[in-house]
Design a protein around this ligand. Structure first.
Ligand SMILES: Cc1ncc(C[n+]2csc(CCOP(=O)(O)OP(=O)(O)O)c2C)c(N)n1
Ligand SMILES: [Mg+2]
Length: 343
């Protein structure tokens, strides 16, 4: 039986979204928009002096946290570096608690004592927020070891920047994870730069996923602007890890729109305005909106309404944070070390 053009188009279009439920796809759109708007608000509050300390924004990279965390369950773990707001939101941490942490309030995820780089919520299996480049990779391997030791069907997603791949602990963790077959998915968010140093200036092998070869590990390179591609690659790696306990190294090619941290310029001397502007044309939120539109899953009124809903969530988080108390002085030395329970 012949197939009309329309039928072919419909079939192709639906395979584009891998038959995922509309509800899931719209949730991902909303989540990416929430991350974007939440951080725009953070930038504003930083400028007003309400947020202090270091603060690294994730603008442009949203598809990575949304697509990959979309591929795991609540029982699985996430660990990341200091550019952590997106991962925390994707892992389901209450934006109120994140904003309160940003403002150093006692209702924050780490009681206002960690700030932007140290978001943490063990109830959500979100294990930080780590400021030392590459410092959390051995922790991820350790968590994966515990998962395997307890014979659990879980994985840990471990995010890092391209800069972290030149740190010694990257190689140590990759080696152990492969040797001991640990269920960890290492995700390099290759945004081309570590502060002001390009991958080309810092890495002998610029295809960072190829590092996996040295450790006999599975690997893949993914367009990190495409939330669906990110989801698909992560899901495959996660399913494999749950079946075999084996790790995977995923390189997500992405871009950050803002400066390295709030005190850094957007372009600086290390990248041109043209590069930033051309990358902005690949905005992951806009690209996904196009797909949703083409597939007839969302229309102009949906996007307009989403903006309104997200704006309200962000505004409520600011009100919550501003009305929350500062941590009391007695808290200064609590939660610094864990008291031994003898277990
Ligand atoms: C061990 C260590 N060395 C140096 C620094 C200072 N530092 C903070 S962020 C950063 C760049 C890391 O870049 P990348 O891993 O690509 O992550 P991105 O900021 O691009 O997300 C450096 C060198 C640090 N925090 N830790
Ligand atoms: Mg980087």
């Amino acid at each position: 039986m012949s197939t009309s053009t329309t039928e072919v188009e419909q079939k192709n279009t639906s395979s584009r979204t891998m038959g995922l439920p509309k509800k899931t796809l719209l949730k991902w759109y909303d989540e990416m928009l929430l991350i974007r708007r939440f951080e725009e608000k953070c930038a504003q509050l930083y400028g007003m002096g309400k947020i202090g300390g270091f603060c690294h924004l994730y603008n442009g990279q949203e598809a990575v946290s949304t697509g990959s965390i979309g591929a795991i369950t609540e029982n699985d773990y996430v660990i990341t570096a200091y550019r952590d707001h997106g991962h925390a939101i994707s892992k389901g941490i209450d934006p109120n608690a994140i904003m309160a942490e940003m403002l150093g309030k006692s209702t924050g995820t780490t009681k206002g004592k960690g700030g932007s780089m140290h978001l943490f919520d063990h109830r959500k299996n979100f294990l930080g927020g780590h400021a030392i480049v590459g410092g959390h990779l051995p922790i991820a391997a350790g968590v994966a070891f515990a998962i395997k030791y307890r014979n659990e069907q879980k994985v840990i997603l471990c995010y890092m920047g391209d800069g972290a791949t030149n740190i010694g602990s990257f190689h140590e963790s990759m080696n152990m994870a492969s040797l001991w077959k640990l269920p960890v998915i290492f995700i390099i968010e290759n945004n081309r730069y570590g502060m002001g140093t390009s991958v080309e200036r810092s890495s002998a092998v610029t295809d960072l996923h190829k590092r996996a070869v040295s450790y006999n590990m599975r690997d893949a390179v993914i367009d990190g602007h495409d939330v669906l591609a990110v989801y698909k690659a992560t899901k495959e790696a996660v399913d494999h890890a749950k079946r075999t306990h084996e790790p995977t190294l995923l390189e997500m090619r992405t871009f950050r729109y803002r400066g390295h941290s709030m005190s850094d310029p957007i372009h600086g001397h290390y990248r041109t305005k043209d590069e930033v502007e051309s990358q902005k044309k690949l905005d992951p939120i806009e690209l996904f909106a196009d797909i949703l539109r083409t597939e007839g899953l969302a229309d102009a009124s949906y996007f307009k309404d989403a903006e309104k809903r997200i704006k309200k969530i962000v505004e409520e988080s600011v009100t919550f944070a501003e009305q929350s108390p500062e941590p009391p002085l007695e808290e200064l030395y609590t939660d610094v070390y864990r008291e031994s329970t003898g277990e």
